[in-house]
Design a protein around this ligand. Structure first.
Ligand code: HEM
Length: 472
């Protein structure tokens, strides 16, 4: 620690517990649940210290940030991802989540049009039919006591993503989908383990530990999925090259995958880049919104008064059992507040890690070049801007004037130039699902025993089961 004090710029307060030579690195050891406890404890201390602290991991300085304004400065100034993302590269390559620099800039520009509002509105028919399918699938669980709803939500979200972004019908092979999801979970856990346990960062030790063998087999499974998606699409395109130019709500649109294939035909993207973007799209697209929906259901089940209010709004807007159309979306004001408040409390993507390649001036400190920074997105959601009842699940706060007091304090979809590309997709699909689900079911849950783990996403480990009753 004393070695670092001498640098050109004063460091923010040091997180307690640093040991000579290794600093805080030992605090990362353990599983995803203990890592989540450590990251939460650092967030509490960071807030106490005014929004920025220093953590030393081996020979690296890390700036941990919860201050909303500093978070935005850091996110916009440091566009390169932290080295931990490199562990996901055998899977996601130079896809949007893992790439940096010019590659990221070019891909972001090429892919942004595929996520615009007019394109997303064309998916409403699919969101409606998929929500109805979810409601139907859940029927077997009525009045049967607590069950794990996350499985239902993940399955339907993956299928919906294939239908919308890729424009292909879902996969009938249920075993394959199950194996694929298990592989995604396992790879994320291995990536996190390599970040947590510094010895696994050495390729040699990674190989000797036996984890690399397991990892490579999992990569084969996930690559198999993206190859299947691409083949299916290519076959469908050969049959009907204009299949993508669907006219719905008066707007022509191209599903994301058609755009990718067109870019490949124009040599703007290679086949490898396409596969990597497909893998990235699948994992960012289905797991995030299905996770958040599962937290929303847990929160609604724990807070019946909120559930009553969202039910009242949905009943008033829809009157009958009709589908959601684009004019309904803006009327679902309380529903939107519930979604945002749930994301504030359970920040599905709780952190973003960046490499600080140049000096960056924050409000009270200057981050030194060649260091790392961790924007604690879930910590920004606990800052003073949210008021005294910051820990309370209270969707009403979103309906109050000037809330949050600092507009930079809501970062559920990350922030700045690298913020989430699928935010509109996520919001429209979640509103549609909730509109169908709440009209039909009453949910009960208890979030007091919820145990979570962190593996780049925030995942429930236990205590997340819900109970369903049919509304009469
Ligand atoms: C509730 C749902 C979602 C949440 C909470 C969420 C959250 C986030 C967060 C926190 C990041 C930053 C990740 C990081 O810096 O490591 C991110 C990035 C991203 N998200 Fe989402 N996301 C959601 C849904 C989606 C969907 C549905 C898609 C695709 C349709 C998507 C596509 C992306 C992409 C491509 C990026 C990378 C952006 C870049 O680096 O340029 N997300 N998202």
């Amino acid at each position: 620690w004393t070695v670092y004090v001498k640098g050109k710029h004063k460091l923010p307060p040091l997180y307690p517990g640093a040991l000579p030579i290794i600093g805080h690195i030992y605090m990362l050891f353990g599983d995803g649940t203990s890592l989540w406890s450590t990251v939460k404890a650092i967030a509490v201390e960071t807030m106490k210290q005014g929004g920025v602290t220093t953590v030393i991991l081996g020979s690296s300085i890390y700036y941990f940030i919860t201050d909303p304004d500093d978070a935005l400065t850091a996110a916009n100034s440091c566009l390169q991802k932290h080295f931990a993302y490199k562990f996901a590269k055998p899977w996601l390559g130079e896809g949007l989540i893992t790439s940096s620099g010019e590659v990221w800039k070019r891909h972001r520009k090429l892919l942004t049009p595929a996520f615009s509002l007019p394109v997303m509105l064309n998916f409403l028919d699919i969101f409606n039919s998929q929500s109805r399918k979810l409601v139907k699938n859940l029927k077997v669980e009525i009045s049967k006591g607590p069950f794990d709803h996350t499985v239902y939500l993940r399955n339907i979200a993956l299928e919906t993503f294939c239908l919308t972004a890729f424009g292909i019908s879902g996969f009938e092979d249920k075993e394959f989908i199950k194996t694929y999801m298990h592989a995604v979970d396992k790879i994320l856990t291995i990536v996190t383990q390599r970040f947590q346990n510094f010895w696994l960062q050495s390729d040699l030790i990674f190989r000797l530990s036996g984890l690399k063998k397991e990892h490579d087999e999992l990569i084969k499974i996930v690559n198999d999925m993206s190859n299947k998606v691409i083949q299916k699409k290519k076959a469908e395109r050969t049959n009907d090259v204009n299949a993508y130019a669907v006219k719905a709500s008066g707007v022509r649109y191209k599903p994301f995958l058609d755009l990718l294939l067109e870019l490949s035909e124009e040599n703007a993207l290679t086949d490898k880049e396409i596969r990597e973007e497909v893998d990235t799209a699948i994992v960012t697209g289905f797991d995030t919104s299905s996770s958040l929906l599962s937290y929303i259901m847990i929160l609604l089940g724990t807070h019946p008064e909120v559930q009553d209010k969202i039910y009242d709004e949905i009943s008033e807007v829809f009157q009958t059992d009709r589908d959601v159309d684009k004019d309904d979306l803006n009327k679902l004001v309380y529903t939107e507040a519930v979604i945002k408040e749930s994301l504030r409390i359970f920040t599905t993507g709780p952190v973003t890690l960046r490499y600080v390649d140049k000096e960056v001036k924050l409000k009270n400190y200057t981050m030194r070049a060649d260091t790392q920074c961790v924007v604690l997105l879930f910590g920004v959601h606990r800052e003073a801007a949210w008021g005294k009842d910051v820990d309370k699940f209270r969707p009403e706060r979103w309906l109050e004037k000037d809330m949050p007091a600092n507009p930079n304090a809501f970062v559920g979809f990350s922030l700045g130039k690298r913020s989430c590309l699928g935010k509109t997709y996520a919001m429209i699909s979640m509103k549609t699902t909730l509109a169908h689900f709440i009209r039909r079911y009453k949910v009960k849950a208890d979030d007091s025993n919820l145990k979570l783990r962190f593996d780049f996403l925030l995942k429930p480990v236990s205590g997340h089961e819900i109970t369903l009753e049919e509304r009469v």
